[in-house]
Design a protein around this ligand. Structure first.
Ligand code: FEO
Length: 174
């Protein structure tokens, strides 16, 4: 049985992961519109990973005999100026999610709910990987000299890099 606080945090996280999936799907749509097929694939894959995160927490709550109650999700931003802005927005969003996961870890430890504390460790590792992934992409953009241009070689190379960035990063932790 989960405490009210832990239940609320986990339940909210189900919606937060769906919200992230929604945001990245919109980023994929933006990239498609711009003709950036590598970025479109990258964000599509990332959106699907977020759905996997949603399902992990959904399943855990069910296993704990708790009803999942989904919250509302705002329409995501879609009018980005350039790919750099999109990647920065994704990185900023991951940092926000890391804060939410940290709160669950802190609360479950404080309540001596070691079952949830153990469960959330996967997400702690995952957030580290995701922040590293987006930071690596930002580093790549800097090395290529890409500063938000709408066309050109640096954008082309960054788009190509993004096509396989998830495979290179190794995907979700086991
Ligand atoms: Fe599920 Fe990217 O955090």
């Amino acid at each position: 049985m989960l405490s009210k606080t832990i239940y609320q945090l986990l339940n909210d996280q189900v919606t937060a992961e769906q919200d992230a999936a929604y945001k990245y799907l919109q980023m994929a749509a933006w990239a498609e519109k711009e003709g950036l097929s590598g970025a479109a694939k990258f964000f599509r894959v990332h959106s699907q990973e977020e759905e996997g995160h949603r399902d992990r927490i959904f399943d855990y709550l069910n296993e704990c005999g708790q009803e999942v109650v989904l919250g509302a999700i705002d329409a995501p931003k879609h009018d980005y100026d350039n790919l750099l802005e999109v990647i920065q927005a994704a990185y900023d969003h991951e940092k926000k999610v890391t804060g939410m996961i940290k709160r669950i870890a802190e609360a479950s430890f404080a309540e001596q709910d070691y079952q949830t504390f153990n469960f959330i460790q996967w997400f702690v590792a995952e957030q580290h990987e995701e922040e590293t992934l987006f930071m690596t992409v930002l580093d790549k953009a800097r090395v290529l000299g890409y500063e938000g241009e709408k066309q050109g070689e640096a954008l082309y190379l960054l788009d190509q890099y993004l096509a396989n960035a998830h495979e290179e990063a190794g995907g979700d932790p086991e």
